[in-house]
Design a protein around this ligand. Structure first.
Ligand SMILES: [Zn+2]
Length: 482
C-alpha cells in the first residue's frame, strides 16, 4: 500500500508522491539515490518556555520524519525560530534588556527540551533575525508590491492585498466574502484597505525600542508570516513537499504563507499540508488561569522521564485531540515497562547457546508496523501490531518454544520499530538528552557533516560528557571532574 496523508488543502487522504518521483521519467533505473523530501515545520516563538501542547506537534513531526526515513526517503527538514515578533519585543521591553538577550535563554531551553523528548534535530534552525533572511523578506515584499499584491499604507507599514490573491482562504476553507466590506476600511489599529490584509512589514514605532531594520519603506521589522515564507524558500527553494504545524497555524499563518510565497514565485508552494490537533489537559484547553499549563520541566519534576512523555504525546493519532492526564502518563510508563521487560527476555534468550530448535511458528509480523504508519501515520494501529507481537512472543518464551535465533529475529524487528518510536531504555546513567545529542552527532558523521559533528561534540563537552570515536563507533563517557 502506498503512503497516504490527509492534506489540509484538499481535505482528503492523498497518496504521497515526492516531487522527485513526480519529475522522474519511467525509464529511471533502479539503484538510484533515495528520493529526497523537503519538510518545513513552524518552530517556536522564543518569548517563554514552550508548553507540552507545542511539543505534541514537534513529536508528531518527528514521527513523520522518522517514518519517512524508515521507508528509505532522505528528509531535509527546516524548523524556524521566531525571535522577533510582538511578544518577544514586549518581553524584552519589560525585562529592559536587548531582544537577543531576552530570547537567548528560551532558545537554549527549546533545544534542551527537544533533546529530552528525543526529537531529531532539524537540518536547519534558521532565526528570523538573521540578516540574510531579513534581506530575503525585504526582497519578497518588494516583489509583492511590484505585482500589486502589497501596498504601503499611511501608517508606513506594508500590507498584503488579499483581494488580489484569488486563492486566499483555500487552505482554511474560509469564505472571504463573509467578512468582506468593500472599499476602504478604517480600522482603529491600522490603515489598511481590507480588514483581512495582514502586515508584511511593520513600521517602527517607539514601543519597538532599538528593534528595527532598514528597508525601502523606512525602518521597521517583518511581520510573522513573511518570516516563514522567506526562511522556507531561502533554504528549500520555491516548492516544498510537506509543511507541518498545529491546527491553530492554519489561519491566518499558513494561509498567509501561501499567498506570500505563491504571490512571488507563481508556483505551488506546498504539496502536502499536515496539521496536528490540539492537546487538552484533563479535557480542557490548557491555560495558566486553570492551573493546567505544563512545560516539559513541570512534567519531569513529577518524576516522569523524557521517553515516557514522548510516548504519551505520540500514542494518539495526530489528527485526533490528545487529552493529557496523569493517568495517561502512568499508562505510558506501564507500556514502556512492558516493552523493556520483553526486550530483556529476548536478549537473554538470544544469548542462550542451545541446540533446541523453535517448536513455535510465532514470527515477527514484518512490515505490518510500517504499513500501519503508511496509512496517514496510524500510530494506534502500529502500536497495536507491536503489542500483539509482544503478547505472542512472550507466550512463546513462557512456553519455552522459542529458540535463540527466533529471539534474535524479534530483536531485529524491534530495533527497526524503535528507529521510529525512539523509546528504548538507555544505558543507566546517561540522560536522554545526552543520548539524543550523541545520536545526532553520529548521524552528522554519517552525513560527513564535520562542522555539525564538532558543534555537537562541543555541546556534549559543555554538558560534561565526552564523545570519542572508536573503531566500534562513538563512545560516550562522563568527563572526569564534572
Ligand atoms: Zn510558520
Amino acid at each position: 500500500m502506498p503512503i497516504r496523508f490527509f492534506n489540509t488543502y484538499s481535505r482528503q487522504l492523498e497518496e504521497f508522491e515526492t516531487r522527485d518521483t513526480a519529475s522522474r521519467s519511467p525509464r529511471d533505473e533502479p539503484g538510484r539515490p533515495a528520493d529526497k523530501i523537503d519538510i518545513y515545520t513552524c518552530g517556536p516563538t522564543v518569548y517563554s518556555r514552550a508548553h507540552i501542547g507545542n511539543f505534541r506537534a514537534y513529536v508528531f513531526e518527528d514521527l513523520l520524519q522518522r517514518h519517512l526515513e524508515l521507508r528509505g526517503y532522505r528528509v531535509h527538514r527546516v524548523m524556524n525560530i521566531t525571535d522577533v515578533d510582538d511578544k518577544t519585543i514586549r518581553g524584552a521591553r519589560e525585562a529592559k534588556i536587548p531582544l537577543s538577550k531576552f530570547t537567548e535563554p528560551f532558545k537554549h531551553a527549546f533545544f534542551e527540551d527537544i533533546d529530552t523528548l528525543r526529537i531529531k534535530r532539524a537540518d536547519d534552525f534558521p532565526s528570523a533575525t538573521d540578516q540574510r533572511y531579513i534581506d530575503k523578506m525585504i526582497e519578497m515584499i518588494a516583489a509583492l508590491i511590484s505585482r500589486g499584491l502589497a501596498y504601503q499604507a499611511d501608517d508606513q507599514s506594508v500590507y498584503y492585498r488579499i483581494s488580489k490573491f484569488p486563492n486566499y482562504g483555500k487552505l482554511a476553507h474560509f469564505d472571504l466574502t463573509q467578512l468582506q466590506p468593500t472599499g476602504r476600511v478604517k480600522n482603529d489599529e491600522y490603515d489598511k484597505e481590507h480588514i483581512g490584509d495582514f502586515a508584511l512589514w511593520k513600521a517602527w514605532d517607539e514601543e519597538d525600542g532599538d528593534v528595527k531594520w532598514d528597508s525601502p519603506w523606512g525602518p521597521g521589522r517583518p511581520g510573522w508570516h513573511i518570516e516563514c515564507s522567506a526562511m522556507a524558500t531561502a533554504i528549500l527553494g520555491d516548492q516544498i513537499d510537506i509543511h507541518c504545524g498545529g491546527v491553530d497555524n492554519i489561519f491566518p499563518h499558513h494561509e498567509a504563507e501561501i499567498a506570500q510565497t505563491e504571490g512571488v514565485t507563481g508556483k505551488r508552494f506546498v504539496c502536502y499540508w499536515l496539521h496536528c490537533a490540539h492537546l487538552l489537559v484533563d479535557g480542557q484547553k490548557m491555560s495558566k488561569s486553570l492551573g493546567n499549563f505544563y512545560t516539559l520541566p513541570d512534567v519531569l519534576e513529577r518524576g516522569y522521564s523524557g521517553r515516557e512523555i514522548r510516548y504519551a504525546l505520540m500514542r494518539v493519532h495526530y489528527r485526533a485531540p490528545l487529552n493529557f492526564t496523569w493517568e495517561g502518563m502512568e499508562e505510558a510508563r506501564q507500556a514502556l515497562g512492558r516493552i523493556d521487560e520483553w526486550i530483556m527476555r529476548l536478549e537473554e534468550k538470544s544469548q542462550e547457546e542451545n541446540a533446541q530448535r523453535s517448536t513455535s511458528n510465532v514470527e515477527p509480523p514484518m512490515q505490518r508496523f510500517e504499513a500501519a504508519l503508511d496509512d496517514d501515520l496510524n500510530i494506534s494501529g502500529a502500536l497495536g501490531v507491536l503489542f500483539d507481537g509482544i503478547r505472542d512472543s512472550n507466550r512463546a518464551l513462557d512456553e519455552q518454544t522459542m529458540d535463540s535465533a527466533a529471539a534474535h529475529r524479534w530483536l531485529q524487528w524491534w530495533s527497526r520499530i524503535d528507529r521510529v518510536l525512539a523509546v528504548t531504555e538507555t544505558r543507566a546513567g546517561i540522560p536522554d538528552e545526552i543520548v539524543a545529542l550523541a545520536e545526532a552527532r553520529a548521524q552528522a558523521r554519517l552525513a560527513k557533516d564535520w562542522r555539525k559533528s564538532d558543534e555537537l561534540r562541543d555541546e556534549l563537552m559543555a554538558r560534561g560528557w565526552e564523545a570519542r570515536d572508536t573503531k566500534d563507533g562513538q563512545k560516550i563517557t562522563k568527563r572526569s571532574g564534572s
